[in-house]
Ligand binder design. Sequence first.
Ligand SMILES: *Cc1c(COP(=O)(O)O)cnc(C)c1O
Length: 424
Amino acid sequence: MANYKLDTLCVQAGYKPKSGEPRVLPICQSTTFKYDTSADMAKLFDLEPGYMYTRLANPTSDAVAAKITALEGGVAGVLTSSGQAANFFALINIMGAGDHFISAATIYGGTFNLFNVTMRKIGIDVTFVDPNCSEEELQAAFKPNTKAVFGETIANPSLDIFDIEKFAKVAHENGVPLIIDNTFPTPINCRPFEFGADIVTHSTTKYMEGHASTIGGCVVDSGNFDWEQNDKFPGLTTPDESYHGAVYTKDFGKAGYVTKIVAQLLRDYGSTPSPQNAFYLNVGLETLALRMERHCANAQKVAEYLESNDKIAWVNYPGLPSNKYYERAKKYMPNGTCGVVSFGVKGGRDAAEKFMNSLELAAIVTHVADARTCVLHPASSTHRQLSDKELVECGVSPDLVRFSVGIENVDDIIADIQQALDKI
Ligand SMILES: *Cc1c(COP(=O)(O)O)cnc(C)c1O
């Protein structure tokens, strides 16, 4: 499928039925798989290809992971039960207690808590850096036990555009991979591997599934990072005694990193998607390219409208020429960024609340990147656990309204904003 364009891959990649098989990806709603002999079954426990138990792998989920892998241009990928699990697995797969990693400070609130609270509790230390730091400042954050660098292509909700090439360069100079959460642009608008990222993660819950019906995540490996260049990644390069001494990089080559996620992390943590959810994700992916185009076109018009409205204090959308990331967005995402626009209403928190309560088409939900226009006040919801100082570091001001522009007719979306602003 490698030569097809992205919109073709959205529809076709991952599943190719043989003669007489179902045209649509079947849902293998089975926990287990049958073998004729115990010896046949035993091979699965030596990590030979095949299926034994859905906590580790399932044909429906694998087909969908293969589609996302094709879209990102990677060599191997795996679905997880959520985006949170994807980011956790991407890191814990190469780290343990006593290790350290570096993350951009401007990341999704849930990921910030995972890194800043939960992972610290299991002995994994993180240093948050300003995503616009210099190479020297980034270099200064490295320690002997640093194992990875992490960032979001477009930060949720601050919409900072990550300088993938800068972070990839410094990460590689230090012999560690760059892991990118590519949830907001999706591979339709940005393919981080083309700019030097090594691993990509997704909350497929957002644009990929697209209809706000299914939580899910994905991890994709570019296959480009050489895990054997140093001794930082013994989990991949030395024997795994829980599989009779298998060495992931030796025994599985470029699929080693993802095989380790399946064989160890899904086995032990069990953050596995249901085959039914993988099926829904696949249906969403079929229209991803169409939807992203519409989300971006609508968001551009909404951002331009907001910028020209005198009840609006500020507008943040990387597609506006006035935006500080306009040029960087053009470089990494020439066809558009995403459908999310953030802004402040004049009058601060109270005005923002009045505005949001007056919206009729746009719904207040803890969600983003949905086909339906939706809106959220991060400081009182997704980022509520953060202190004011952490809020500022995450790029979230107290008056920030996160407006996720859907695929409805843009005239109706703008009319809804207009009538809500009139009520302030
Ligand atoms: C929502 C989100 C996550 C978490 O994903 P879930 O599917 O909700 O677990 C991670 N990263 C980003 C950028 C997100 O927007």
